[in-house]
Design a protein around this ligand. Structure first.
Ligand code: A3P
Length: 319
């Protein structure tokens, strides 16, 4: 996908010419819109999403900043909400043949490809995902009772994951980013859908204000206590597991189906591509907590910790 898309309307060119710009990690330029950084292709999608999307109270929107565990959250949420139709232990489960990003699309990317997509055939509850920060979500999302699940991840692992991912996405002729260079950008808030801290805080604050509609999760908690988090999700989606399902080991089946090991070893995720052109395998690297220790210097880690402490001060949010 041409993230810097040159086939854009004059209206879009006029808008971006008035926006702050900076160096992208994957393409040369990103623009800052409503306080957050976007590729041009993606920003066109965000604008159409804001203008045209009609949220329904029964919708479920999975929200993350990239590399927070979106693929995992999508798989788990799809498995839970579709379990009547698709038995989670079935060999024909859609997650066996499809990458989670195909089953639960990023809604702004759908709009980037088609400014007026038809969502009318999707049965309720409609399951969508987005990386769009709270402030930039469509009014219809702000004003509806649709459910938002936000998953965040500690900034050190997230940075390392994003560094590797961006280098996989960069056109070959541009060469790889050096870690030092993108580390500076990350600390300044210049990363895709960044600043990371403001993205997280937007949803954290909303989850405190509207706990019934906004569930805030951490990747690290999902790794440490997956059963608790999966049950929490099923309850939040209004479809808690029955005693009979529990007896049959549904939680374990969901976790097995959606585990890093299972998903990353499927043919579709080893060989397949998304409609947006990315290799499915780019979404599976290590899937561990604490890999930052293998990549960041002590100074880098300390700097990120200090920024995080400062930004999250008084919010009640900690890593
Ligand atoms: P690492 O690069 O640290 O391995 P996203 O899905 O938001 O793009 O995030 C990708 C990160 O989640 C990557 O982290 C990836 O390996 C990890 N991941 C992908 N699928 C996972 C799964 N089923 N369980 C745990 N982690 C997963």
């Amino acid at each position: 996908k041409d993230l810097q898309n040159s086939q854009v309307s004059q209206e879009f060119k006029d808008l971006t010419s008035s926006l702050p710009k900076n160096r992208g990690w994957v393409v040369p330029v990103v623009h800052q819109y409503q306080g957050f950084w976007h590729y041009d292709w993606q920003l066109q999608g965000v604008l159409s999403y804001q203008k045209h999307f009609q949220a329904q109270d029964t919708d479920i929107l999975l929200v993350t900043t990239p590399k927070s565990g979106t693929t995992w959250l999508k798989a788990i949420s799809f498995a839970i909400t579709n379990r009547i139709q698709y038995h989670v232990a079935s060999r024909d489960h859609p997650l066996i043949k499809n990458n989670p990003h195909v089953l639960v699309p990023f809604v702004e990317y759908v709009y980037a490809d088609n400014p007026i997509p038809d969502f009318s055939a999707i049965p309720s509850p409609r399951l969508f995902a987005t990386h769009v920060p709270y402030v930039s979500l469509p009014d219809s999302v702000h004003n509806s009772n649709c459910k938002l699940v936000y998953m965040c991840r500690n900034p050190k692992d997230l940075f390392v994951s994003l560094f590797h991912f961006a280098n996989k996405l960069r056109p070959q002729h541009m060469g790889a980013n050096s870690m030092e260079e993108v580390f500076e950008l990350f600390c300044e808030g210049v990363s895709v859908y960044g600043p990371y801290w403001e993205h997280v805080l937007g949803f954290w604050n909303e989850s405190l204000r509207r706990p019934k509609e906004v569930l805030f999760l951490k990747y690290e908690d999902m790794k440490a206590q997956p059963g608790i988090q999966v049950r929490k999700l099923a309850e939040f989606y209004g479809c808690p597991f029955t005693a009979e399902e529990e007896k049959e080991g549904i939680v374990e089946s969901v976790l097995k189906l959606c585990s890093f090991e299972s998903l990353s070893n499927l043919e579709v995720n080893k060989e397949g591509y998304l409609p947006t052109g990315q290799m499915n395998k780019a979404f599976f690297r290590k899937g561990e907590v604490g890999d930052w220790k293998n990549h960041l210097t002590a100074e880098m880690a300390e700097r990120l910790d200090m920024i995080t402490e400062h930004k999250f001060e008084g919010s009640g949010l900690k890593f």
